[in-house]
Design a protein around this ligand. Structure first.
Ligand SMILES: Cc1ncc(COP(=O)(O)O)c(C=O)c1O
Ligand SMILES: N[C@@H](CCCC[NH3+])C(=O)O
Length: 431
């Protein structure tokens, strides 16, 4: 569900016609809907009802400051994977006490900064990380709250590049090793064991892998309790999928209900564990579109190309995962005949496509919207081909705000330097 709809043949974001946004801010341009972001956050938050919980939005999905700010104002927590994401959360008004820090290779400096800000929890992914965190916390005279990310070896049945909960994946601590790792954590002086977490993959469209993972974690929690290691929270990660085309993922309410029921079944009268979730895509994907303009139509012998001004450097999901995202005209035309196009960008790679074989009625100069681009869109953009990054706009009711300007060309060489004139003087000389 989102707030991108046609009215009088014009695609709108909330009450703003997208053609107007393109006119004002240029293309390519990401457009986000505040109302959709809010609705998606509430869907999770309300689904948990009275059960103690915290929704920690996964910043990696979309780390635009305005997006983070919208969520911070709703009282969201945040799941981060780098100091960069932490600084963005703080800049956007997020509460560090609601931040959980995931990732397989946290550096000492990143740990120190997170400890200084007193974040809620470190989701630790290896024994070596436990030791490093203990040492950093010791040096700073801090007690680091930790949860161990357990790899439950559950098949998330998603794209192999975004499956994270299998033995073969680099993430987390194997379930078979977890008890021992918890004992180690509990023995380290500067660590405070507070939770357990897992994240088995992204774009999951079925409930069963989540439930299987939960069952495995609950077994471990029981064993830990028997040894006197008591946890306050259980973090079930993110991963809930969205509809890009015809997928039918469970709604956040059904997903939460199923997990709460399983928890009630298995934990009975135990003191309730606070539940944490780390949704990224389910909150942001359908809250954004990428606007692009048709530069040329290029008929070919075997296929026709619609060459647009957005490219794989702006949205890499189609090229990287063969992901399908809807591409629709911003202004509907009834008169033109449709044609099948490969929608491609200006980048010099055959892999630079945004969609293949799309039926469109378009002419050069027309605007297209690539849907479901609010998550893993701008954040994965690059400057490949020395292309500046697209603008980002947030729509709120009838207003459109520029929340990040299109990158200036000067940024493409900021921080670089030519070699000094003297360099290379000895080059090629006989020694
Ligand atoms: C640890 C962790 N938490 C949360 C997420 C967010 O996942 P999603 O966007 O699928 O909800 C990810 C990415 O898959 C992740 O690696
Ligand atoms: N970037 C991926 C999701 C990665 C999830 C991160 N753990 C995508 O666009 O589908």
């Amino acid at each position: 569900m989102d707030h991108f709809n046609y009215r009088n043949g014009q695609l709108h974001a909330e009450d703003v016609p997208l053609a107007q946004v393109a006119e004002r801010f240029g293309t390519p341009c990401y457009v986000y809907s505040r109302a959709t972001l809010e609705r998606h956050f509430h869907a999770f938050d309300q689904a948990l009802g009275d059960h103690p919980h915290l929704i920690c939005y996964a910043v990696k999905a979309n780390s635009n400051l305005a997006v983070l700010n919208v969520l911070a104002r709703l009282g969201a927590g945040f799941d981060i994977v780098s100091q960069g994401e932490l600084e963005r959360v703080i800049q956007a008004g997020g509460d560090p006490a609601r931040v959980v820090f995931s990732g397989v290779a946290k550096q000492e400096g990143e740990m120190a900064r997170a400890l200084e800000l007193d974040i809620k929890c470190f989701n630790v992914e290896s024994r070596a990380e436990l030791k490093r965190l203990n040492a950093v916390a010791g040096k700073l005279g801090k007690l680091a709250p930790v949860s161990l990310r357990v790899n439950p070896d559950v098949d998330a049945r998603t794209h192999p590049y975004i499956s994270t909960g299998l033995k073969d994946n680099k993430f987390g601590i194997a379930a078979s090793e977890a008890l021992d790792a918890y004992r180690q954590a509990a023995s380290l002086e500067h660590l405070d064991v507070v939770g357990m977490d897992c994240h088995i993959g992204s774009q999951l469209t079925e409930l069963s892998p989540f439930l299987d993972a939960l069952d495995r974690l609950l077994l471990l929690i029981e064993r830990l309790e028997a040894e006197g290691i008591k946890l306050d929270h259980l973090d079930l990660g993110g991963g809930l999928g969205v509809t890009y085309r015809d997928e039918t993922p469970p709604a956040p309410a059904d997903y939460a209900k199923a997990l709460l029921e399983r928890l009630a079944d298995k934990r009975g009268a135990h003191k309730p564990l606070t539940l944490l979730f780390e949704p990224g895509r389910a909150i942001a994907a359908n809250a954004g579109v990428l606007l692009t303009r048709v530069e040329f139509l290029k008929p070919g012998e075997t296929r026709h190309f619609a060459i647009v001004d957005a490219a794989m450097n702006d949205l890499i999901r189609p090229a990287l995962y063969q992901a399908w995202q809807a591409i629709i005209p911003v202004e509907q035309r009834s008169s033109q005949e449709t044609q099948r196009y490969d929608v491609v960008g200006p980048v010099c790679e055959t892999g630079d496509f945004l969609g293949k074989g799309r039926e469109l009625a378009i002419a050069p100069g027309d605007l297209l919207a690539i849907r479901s681009a609010g998550a893993y869109g701008f954040v994965m953009a690059s400057n490949y081909n020395s292309r500046p990054r697209a603008a980002e706009v947030m729509v709120d009711g009838g207003e459109a705000y520029l929340v990040r300007a299109r990158e200036a060309f000067s940024l493409l060489w900021a921080g670089e330097a030519l070699l000094p004139e003297s360099a290379g003087a000895s080059h090629g000389e006989d020694s």
